[in-house]
Design a protein around this ligand. Sequence first.
Ligand SMILES: [Zn+2]
Length: 83
Amino acid sequence: MPFYQYKAKDSSKCCDYCCNGFELLQKPDSEVIKNCPRCGAPVKKLITDFSIGLSKSGLDRKAKEKGFHKLKKLNKGEYEKEY
Ligand SMILES: [Zn+2]
């Protein structure tokens, strides 16, 4: 599960928790939160850092970017090139 990073939109209306940003471990399909769970200040979602919460899709994407190829094992001795 990836981490999502949030930070208060308004630095004058935030608490200790959201002023400097916080991370939430969320399911990829879960709702993006709009308010700080502690003080209710509006928050924005920051770019997810997959190096923190390495999800499978993040790993695949990273491998792709680096030009690695992934082989899917089909049968004994048989491989299918996924990309
Ligand atoms: Zn807050």
